[in-house]
Write a new protein. Structure first.
Length: 155
């Protein structure tokens, strides 16, 4: 009798486990696309980088594009920032957003050699085929649109 009860309990447990609905995965399944924010040494702690980073994070939720930020360390010059832009292009950032004069000047130098990358220069720089120049107020809309386009290309 005890053995029968144990077998019945085990069968009920196995049946319950087998029929239990699968839980949704908690992790996001990102697209193979990354957008990168390049800032001065203060990073995302200073405007307009703070608002831009917030926009990027919000857009990432809906587009499933990975976002990252990189502050330029060391001298705050275009020469130094150019190495940081090059490292972002080498890591396959599909969109690079530059905030600050040295960063936007570095984008001007690097963009032509990286036609596969889209760039947004916030507050200055030269408009070319793959570079948009926007002011800080227009940056969130431009960034959201570019992240959506990047997501569509990665589909």
């Amino acid at each position: 009798m005890i053995a029968g009860a144990v077998v019945l309990a085990a069968a009920a447990g196995i049946t319950t486990w087998a029929l239990w609905p699968a839980s949704e995965p908690r992790e996001r399944q990102y697209r193979d696309a990354t957008a990168c924010l390049l800032t001065g040494e203060e990073g995302i702690a200073k405007e307009p980088a703070t608002a831009i980073w917030s926009t990027m994070q919000q857009a990432s939720v809906t587009t499933l594009v990975r976002v990252q930020n990189l502050p330029v360390s060391g001298p705050q010059t275009a020469d130094n920032a150019e190495g940081f832009v090059n490292s972002l292009t080498a890591t396959r950032c599909g969109l690079i957003i530059a905030v600050g004069e040295p960063q936007t000047a570095a984008v001007d130098r690097v963009a032509a050699a990286n036609p596969q990358t889209a760039f947004i220069s916030v507050g200055g720089g030269a408009v070319t085929g793959n570079v948009q120049v926007v002011d800080a107020a227009g940056a969130p809309d431009a960034i959201s649109a570019e992240l959506q386009e990047l997501a569509n290309e990665a589909s």
